[in-house]
Design a protein around this ligand. Structure first.
Ligand code: PLP
Length: 408
């Protein structure tokens, strides 16, 4: 009989969002008229920018003509989109990233998982705790961990706890690691990293021959001009970091799907025979073999993000969500809760009150305010005692949810 990939069997049963779904369903079945407000999952709610829709409509019409038809495109993405990304997102911020180092894809979730294809099995891997669960689960699926222990932590991973004590930015590990996942602005805590903090990571990585996988899916939400948007704003990062970016959260592409990964040329890893190997070549080979590119229509839509009109609209979307985050922060603080994040990220990270655990607070808000959030413990053992609310929602829902929590 066919064998399954046994690594999948190591995955902890209740992945966070299915468990939330189960509890919400049970509640809704018991209380069919309860007016639920969902501030849980990090999906955007506002419509796609007009500039993107216009560009996509033009592309659709072009596809209906012999001259404008596009079949398979380059697996790495069209040159015009890669150029626009390199110019606007990197060169304009002083990062020496060129268009051919940008690999356009259908999501940074997929890329941050697929990257393991080109990395060896023996790497010692560090993740923060709490963490975006995809980094951990993709390592489990790829057989890079042992079994989960009692707290749900997998053997073989180095967990770097982040909490109020260290400003929600992980400390440099005391044990040597080869692969480090960093996400700033952070999901779930909403924390950001300063240039100084990222410099310490880059220095560590260069000194130890480690690779940083830097997830900047939320960079557009940074408000303070001093904060870095890209790891490549740090000297030396080209030699030790891969960066993941996405159009999902800034331009509302969660359902449209477009993202990109930056792999600098000259960034190297070691082969088993200790020879240096360029990661760019491996990722290029991986993408050319296993991926057939993002649709022409969608790439035209993504290109329009960089037009003057697109930039204006994206700015409007980001301000809208950040105003939501600010309302959440203010209202929860005045309700006596301790809150973090939400200043440069669309997530507010809340200390649960009265020693309640994360799921206890989830049930409390669900039952008494009909508000759905995300228990911090679902992001890792060190998230216990915290709770995440997302600013991705309509203003009316945010106002309503906050009024209900105030009234508790
Ligand atoms: N990275 C982080 C940290 C995220 O929170 C998310 C989505 O919630 C993603 C990546 C996924 O992005 P994409 O829609 O490009 O797959």
């Amino acid at each position: 009989m066919v064998q399954v990939n046994g690594n999948y069997l190591k995955l902890k049963a209740g992945y966070l969002f299915p468990e939330i779904g189960r509890r919400v369903k049970a509640f809704s079945t018991a209380h069919p008229d309860a007016p639920l407000i969902r501030l849980g999952i990090g999906d955007v709610t506002e419509p796609l920018p007009q500039a993107c829709r216009d560009a996509m409509k033009i592309a659709i019409d072009a596809m209906g003509t012999a001259e404008g038809f596009h079949g398979y495109g380059p697996e790495q993405g069209y040159a015009w989109l890669r150029e626009a990304i390199a110019t606007h997102d990197f060169q304009s911020r002083g990062c020496a990233i060129s268009a051919d180092e940008i690999f356009v894809s259908d999501g940074s979730k997929c890329d941050s998982s697929n990257i393991l294809d080109i990395l060896g099995e023996g790497n010692r891997i560090a993740v923060t705790d709490p963490v975006y669960p995809v980094y951990v689960d993709s390592n489990v699926m790829a057989g890079r961990t042992g079994q989960a222990g009692d707290e749900g932590r997998y053997a073989g991973l180095s967990y770097l706890p982040i909490s109020a004590d260290n400003g929600f930015t992980a400390e440099i590990p005391s044990e040597p690691v080869d692969l480090i996942y960093l996400c700033f602005p952070n999901n779930p805590t909403g924390a950001v990293a300063t240039k100084k903090q990222l410099t310490a990571w880059v220095d560590y990585a260069r000194k130890n021959g480690a690779l940083i996988l830097f997830d900047a899916a939320y960079e557009a939400f940074i408000q303070d001009p001093e904060l870095p948007h890209s790891i490549y704003e740090i000297d030396g990062a080209r030699d030790c970091a891969i960066e993941f970016r996405s159009f999902s959260k800034n331009a509302g592409f969660t359902g449209t799907r477009c993202a990109f990964t930056v792999v600098p040329k000259g960034l190297k890893g070691k082969a088993a025979n200790a020879e240096d190997v360029e990661l760019w070549g491996l990722w290029n080979r991986r993408q050319s073999t296993k991926f057939n590119g993002v649709s022409y229509i969608i790439q035209r839509g993504a290109e329009a993000v960089y037009s003057a009109a697109g930039q204006q609209e994206v700015k409007g979307l980001v301000s809208f969500y950040m105003e939501n985050a600010s309302i959440i922060r203010k209202q929860l603080s005045s309700a006596g809760l301790t809150v973090y994040g939400g200043e440069h990220a669309p997530y507010v990270w809340i200390k649960t009150p009265d020693g309640m655990d994360s799921w206890g607070f989830f049930d409390h808000l669900l039952n008494n305010a009909n508000v759905v959030g995300t228990p911090g413990s679902g992001f890792g053992a060190a998230g216990e005692g915290y709770f995440r609310l997302s600013a991705f929602n309509s203003r009316a829902n945010v106002d309503d949810a906050m009024a209900r929590i105030q009234a508790l």
